[in-house]
Design a protein around this ligand. Structure first.
Ligand code: ADP
Ligand code: MG
Ligand code: MG
Length: 892
């Protein structure tokens, strides 16, 4: 088997298509080499080798070691130098890189091949003593940390000690004597932790490093990242061994990262940062604050122009925004990486719309790329600008606008404390000098993140953008006193727990509480902002037009009020898939009427109470039909167990008894008679309508009369009456008979008809199994996947949290790929849905099929619904745009 792929001097064995095997980094290094970009030569060890290593307790597959050595020899010949040689040393980097990029999650070793003799040769070769020692100490630090697990901070404090003792503050101020002292300290440190001397044999260094990269695939950070980002099914990481180029050779050298478009806003402008006389991670680690890319023109115009040229070559080649790494060695430019850039959802939207308009990509490509899971963040809140103006608030400082969104909360200085306070329900702003991968937990729960150091590409910025968490980075005026748990910023002092507000769009930081308000899109939709004032709205509207053109599935909404309905329609909902009537029973004195109905001892009293409810329900339906403007509305008849409507504390019972002229005992008695051990499987759904048909008859009357009233106003109506919790077609037939009687009667009374449908929810497994029988009578099915999941898996949704978390997340379990209440359990519940759809269509080819559970807004479930041929999905109003996008993606 071939495990190793070479790239160098214009030729490469790998291609851009080989990401699974060579990782994204390896595949693109090969590809960039092939298209003639200046890439330092090297070779890539495949992910298959890593998979073998992981499953064979660290053993190599046959031939791997030999292939590595052969390719190393080839590289040495090409470079005219030999790894760690005492006369003409070649130095390499050992870099990880999986098929999907996992930034900062796996570790890289630079300057490998240095030892006490090769460092002398490097000095002789480059005539740059400081650079050689600097490279050596960097290598020792990375090797010690990554390969041997010597704590990173130990190296940092050894370095700091030397700086302090020399009275120097920046790494770059250390001269070669200072650096040799650092190295001596590193050597002692290494020995103390590992019990060994630092390895001097370059081949030994190389294989130890390769193994460390293989191992890093399964370290905790990497696992956590994959879990958080739902990355599955990869073989492992590839390992890239690449000849070094040096950005730390002095003032004509440097290193940088850039994006071909703005990763925050998506604007089509070159965007990046660099540092001169720096290497590798220096730019992103926040050690010094880097310079914006435009200023490179003044430093070296040739290199800048070359970079701008490469920017456009890469975008035309990959047809997407690229995130690149480059290094300048003594005035010569090298490319070290390119990948599709991670970006905010704002940037996704704008870049994709503009790329379609530029003719770079087609609509389908744009749709396929925009992450549906992130789409909701477009509607995320922003700081209330008017409040800021009206109160004359001034920012206390301004950092970099690293991740968009407004946030307000109480400040905490450590990730642990942030997690602790968030768990208590507080809004938290995490304030750190800089963040590292250990802070991920705290960042995940924070409303916003602020760092004092680090640029737009710092760890905090990258991670926060990925999480959609507002972030201001590099706010250098903030001085944190971790011990006292306070901060000082331009004269303002804040303590732990004090309020801070941040604007991730601009980088502004306020030392006070500021209300956060709706996104521009929501404001335009609500008529609070003019369409022409919002570029975001333009991009949104343009993109949603592509979506509408491409998708097959209908997207409906779950809405119980005219307001929700209007919002959903503004978001593009094509109807209501679930209107829960019981929610309408709670407001005002309605609850009294329904209680009267429940407590009634005979039909007459019950019908009297119901007649009080009729006009209220009718009014609700009229308002909803008007808001729908002719779109269909699926209205579910009363579903929950009746005891949910009765008060259960003494005072309220007393009050109820008084109002109804009953004794408290009578009320209590009726309540306890209605008490059930397992209400979820009790007297609810169509069972209520079957025992008390008058309830159903009132509701059907309210629906149909409302429809007629609205139709009289010249607005189309399409009511769909939905019977809940049917398990046996006879239940459905019984309910339908009553409904039809009422409807016929109303048509006669009114001398007018409306179109309507009668159908059922499929939420009891028996209904799914006998769907062919039910479909002979029903005009539509709506899969109620919440109940269907509860009853199929036997998980009570309200009680399952204690074991379902481990069921899904614990690596030794993972019985379900996803929480079955969030993403449909395709193999179980999904199979029932598929089967019921087929059975239903077998007896009623015209039947309309939809889904109305929480799952209806979940992109993975939507893909499933598209596949099994449902007609629509229904979800909450704010998820409608997400569902529309997911539906379009499903049909590509
Ligand atoms: P990550 O995946 O975390 O970005 P990389 O493998 O890209 O890690 O490397 C970390 C840093 O080291 C990057 O800044 C990269 O540009 C730099 N680097 C990697 N290989 C080389 C090399 N051969 N010469 C110079 N710099 C390198
Ligand atoms: Mg990189
Ligand atoms: Mg249900």
């Amino acid at each position: 088997t071939k495990y190793v792929y070479f790239f160098g001097s214009g030729k490469a064995e790998g291609t851009a298509q080989m990401k699974e095997l060579l990782g994204g980094k390896g595949a693109n290094l090969a590809d960039m080499t092939s298209i003639g970009l200046p890439v330092p030569p090297g070779f890539t060890i495949s992910t298959e080798a890593c998979a073998y290593y992981s499953s064979h307790e660290g053993a190599y597959p046959q031939g791997l070691r030999e292939q590595v050595l052969e390719n190393l020899a080839k590289l040495e010949t090409l470079m005219g130098a030999k790894l760690g040689d005492n006369e003409n040393p070649l130095l390499v980097s050992v870099r990880s890189g999986a098929a999907q990029s996992m930034p900062g999650m796996m570790d890289t070793i630079l300057n490998l091949g240095l030892n006490p003799t090769s460092v002398k040769a490097l000095i002789a070769k480059t005539n740059n003593e400081r650079f050689a020692w600097d490279s050596y100490r960097r290598f020792m630090q990375m090797f010690g940390d990554v390969v041997m697990g010597v704590p990173h901070h130990e190296f940092e404090s050894a370095l700091q000690d030397v700086k302090d003792s020399k009275g120097k503050s920046l790494d770059t101020e250390l001269d070669s004597k200072d650096l040799q002292e650092v190295i001596a300290r590193y050597q002692r440190l290494y020995k103390r932790y590992t019990g060994e001397e630092f390895p001097v044999d370059p081949i030994d260094q190389l294989f130890k490093s390769i193994n460390a990269v293989f191992k890093s695939w399964n370290n905790e950070r990497a696992n956590k990242y994959r879990q958080m980002n739902d990355i599955r099914g990869l073989l492992g990481t590839a390992v890239n061994i690449q000849s070094m180029v040096f950005g730390n050779m002095g003032d004509t050298s440097g290193t940088g990262v850039a994006f071909t478009r703005d990763p925050s806003t998506g604007e089509n402008q070159f965007y990046g940062e660099y540092l001169m006389n720096a290497q590798g991670e220096d730019v992103v680690a926040g050690i010094r604050t880097p310079e914006p890319i435009e200023t490179l023109r003044a430093v070296n115009a040739d290199v800048y122009d070359q970079l701008v040229g490469i920017r456009s070559i890469l975008e035309k080649h990959y047809k997407d925004m690229q995130d690149i790494e480059f290094t300048i060695q003594e005035g010569k430019l090298y490319m070290l990486q390119t990948r599709n850039g991670k970006r905010t959802i704002f940037s996704w939207l704008r870049s994709q719309v503009e790329m379609v308009e530029e003719g770079l990509i087609d609509k389908e490509t744009a749709i396929a790329r925009v992450p549906a899971g992130e789409f909701g963040k477009l509607f995320a809140p922003i700081l209330d600008a008017k409040y800021i103006r009206d109160n004359g608030l001034n920012e206390v400082t301004r950092g970099l606008n690293a991740s968009p969104g407004g946030a307000c909360g109480q400040i905490y200085f450590t990730a642990d404390k942030a997690e602790e306070m968030a768990a208590l329900g507080k809004d938290v702003i995490l304030v750190r000098a800089e963040t590292s991968p250990e802070d991920i937990g705290g960042m995940a729960v924070a409303k916003g993140v602020v760092t004092c150091r680090g640029g737009m590409t710092s760890h905090a910025a990258v991670v926060a953008r990925g999480m959609g968490c507002p972030c201001v980075s590099g706010a250098g005026d903030i001085h944190i006193n971790e011990a006292k748990k306070t901060l000082e910023v331009n004269g303002t002092n804040l303590s732990e727990g004090d309020y801070m507000s941040i604007d991730g769009f601009t980088g502004a930081v306020y030392g006070t509480k500021i209300p956060v308000r709706s996104s521009e899109i929501v404001q335009v939709l609500n008529g609070h902002m003019k369409e022409s004032e919002s570029n975001l709205f333009y991009n949104y509207k343009t993109f949603m037009a592509y979506v509408q053109e491409v998708k097959r599935l209908g997207v409906y909404t779950n809405a119980d009020t005219p307001h929700d309905t209007e919002m959903a329609v503004a978001f593009g909902a094509e109807g209501i898939g679930l209107c829960r009537t019981e929610h309408m029973f709670f407001g005002g004195n309605r609850i009294m009427s329904i209680r009267k109905m429940i407590l009634a001892n005979n039909l007459i009293a019950r019908e009297k109470a119901l007649s009080e409810l009729l006009p209220m329900q009718r009014g609700d339906f009229e308002a909803i039909f008007l808001a729908l403007e002719g779109r269909p509305a699926t209205i579910r008849l009363l579903d929950p167990p009746l005891h949910e409507f009765l008060p259960n504390d003494h005072t309220s019972r007393h009050e109820l008894a008084l109002q109804m002229g009953l004794t408290v005992e009578e009320v209590a008695q009726k309540s306890s008679a209605l008490h059930e051990f397992n209400p979820m499987l009790g007297f609810r759904g169509c069972r209520l309508a079957i025992i008390y048909p008058e309830i159903l008859r009132m509701q059907v009357r309210a629906i149909i009369e409302a429809a007629i009233n609205v139709k009289r106003k010249g607005v189309d109506v399409l009511p769909e009456i939905m019977i809940p919790l049917v398990g046996n077609y006879k239940e459905f037939v019984f309910c339908k008979k009553h409904a039809l009687e009422v409807i016929e009667k109303i048509f006669n009374e009114q001398g007018m008809k409306v179109h309507y449908k009668i159908g059922t929810m499929i939420e009891v497994p028996r209904a799914a199994i006998t769907a062919d029988e039910i479909a002979r009578e029903a005009e539509f099915f709506s899969f109620g996947t919440n109940d269907l999941t509860q009853m199929t898996c036997g998980f009570s949704r309200d009680d399952a949290a204690s074991f379902l978390g481990p069921y899904v997340n614990d690596t030794d379990k993972q019985f379900y790929d996803y929480d079955p209440f969030a993403t449909i359990d395709i193999d179980g519940v999904g199979k029932l849905v598929d089967m019921a759809a087929k059975l239903g269509r077998s007896t009623n080819p015209e039947i309309k099929l939809g889904i109305c559970g929480e799952h209806g807004g979940d992109p993975k479930t939507i893909a499933f619904c598209d596949k099994v041929g449902l007609d629509y999905v229904s979800c909450s109003p704010f998820r409608v745009p997400i569902a529309r996008l997911a539906a379009a993606q499903a049909s590509i």
